[in-house]
Ligand binder design. Structure first.
Ligand SMILES: CCCCCCCCC/C=C/C(=O)SCCNC(=O)CCNC(=O)[C@H](O)C(C)(C)COP(=O)(O)OP(=O)(O)OC[C@H]1O[C@@H](n2cnc3c(N)ncnc32)[C@H](O)[C@@H]1OP(=O)(O)O
Ligand SMILES: NC(=O)C1=CN([C@@H]2O[C@H](COP(=O)(O)OP(=O)(O)OC[C@H]3O[C@@H](n4cnc5c(N)ncnc54)[C@H](OP(=O)(O)O)[C@@H]3O)[C@@H](O)[C@H]2O)C=CC1
Length: 284
């Protein structure tokens, strides 16, 4: 495996991680860095053939001397029973779960007015309820007794998410869930944090957004996730780390078009000033 991690080799030797959506894009990058650091990684998602191919590719890069192993396991995080089965299979195989990275998710772009109820529910079920299922099942079956670390991948929805209102709402909810679980589970030694990436290139994201693709750019978030999983972050819980090079502070994907739907100004001096302002011949 090409040594690219900034962390100490062997940092996660003999630990066990579940990475949902670990076979593509950001999840694959996270899984590869965890493997490089000696962690056993279970990559999990719906499309089993793609997962198996990704696992095989990852295996080729693990040096013979490394204790790290990768296992692909199918699971649709929307389905609570499948998540239960995933967690019990991991415990049967590896006997522990130190880390959970809730990366599996996605959405489609659509103006809110055209979203069907089915489409809305699919996105909320995937990104919010799916994340909750994974957290709850891993906690119940392992972390409640043994502690652990959870990292949720959310998105840059700090100014709303026009064009993807469903995912914005779901990710904001996960930001809040992160805080609740961090407090409820602190006494079990469980830390819960989120990472909010800016726009990151991935092949599957490109296929999903087609001609919107060129505006996306490449960045890595796996080292932020590895940091939050590491003992270096042992006093960080209930927080969300933005990994977006400041994008969320200045950038907006959405322009409000010129319009005349301004609120009525109060009578008097202010109304005159507003008329003046809206008058195209105004010198203001
Ligand atoms: C603007 C700024 C951009 C800016 C672009 C930049 C954004 C950067 C930020 C985010 C980046 C990323 O997340 S990148 C990662 C992107 N990757 C993904 O999203 C891949 C995973 N996505 C998915 O799995 C899907 O999108 C998701 C809806 C969540 C689940 O899909 P499923 O296949 O399980 O569900 P389906 O059965 O296909 O769909 C269920 C219903 O959802 C609706 N639906 C699904 N796809 C639809 C579509 N393309 N258009 C309309 N509606 C759709 C329909 O109502 C479907 O019902 P029917 O009508 O009956 O069919
Ligand atoms: N790329 C970007 O710019 C940004 C991405 N994000 C988020 O980061 C995460 C990773 O995105 P990225 O790598 O770019 O995109 P990908 O499309 O490559 O990753 C999404 C992954 O989630 C899995 N997945 C989707 N639905 C489910 C489900 N119901 N159950 C289990 N797994 C599921 C997919 O696998 P499968 O289809 O096999 O189930 C896939 O591996 C996503 O949550 C994404 O929304 C956030 C901000 C920006």
């Amino acid at each position: 495996m090409a040594a690219s991690s900034v962390f100490r080799p062997g940092l996660f030797n003999h630990k066990v991680a579940i990475v949902t959506g670990g076979g593509t894009g950001i999840g694959k990058a996270i899984s590869e860095e965890l493997l490089e650091l000696g962690c056993n990684v279970v990559i999990s998602s719906r499309k089993v053939e793609r997962l198996e191919a990704a696992a095989e590719e990852m295996r080729q890069k693990i040096p013979a001397s490394s204790p790290a192993r990768v296992t692909p396991l199918q699971c649709n995080i929307r389905n609570e029973d499948e998540v239960k089965d995933l967690v019990s299979s991991v415990l049967k195989r590896y006997g522990r779960i130190d880390f959970l990275v809730n990366n599996g998710g996605g959405q489609f772009s659509s103006p809110a007015e055209h979203m069907s109820s089915k489409g809305w529910k699919a996105v909320i079920d995937t990104n919010l309820t799916g994340t909750f299922h994974c957290c709850q099942q891993v906690y119940a079956a392992w972390m409640k007794q043994h502690g652990g670390v959870i990292v949720n991948i959310i998105a840059d929805m700090w100014k709303g998410f026009p064009g993807m209102a469903h995912t914005g709402a779901a990710r904001a909810a996960v930001d809040n869930l992160t805080k609740s679980l961090a407090i409820e589970w602190a006494a079990s030694g469980v830390r819960v944090n989120s990472v909010a990436p800016g726009t990151i290139f991935s092949k599957t994201a490109m296929e999903n957004y087609k001609d919107l693709g060129p505006s996306l750019f490449k960045m890595s978030i796996s080292s932020a996730v590895c940091f939050l999983l590491s003992p270096g972050a042992s006093y960080i819980s209930g927080d969300t780390l933005r990994v977006d090079a400041g994008q969320s502070l200045y950038h907006s994907m959405w322009e409000i078009p010129n319009h005349s739907a301004w609120p009525e100004a109060p009578e008097g001096e202010n109304q005159e000033a507003l008329k003046e302002l809206l008058n195209p011949k105004s010198k203001l």
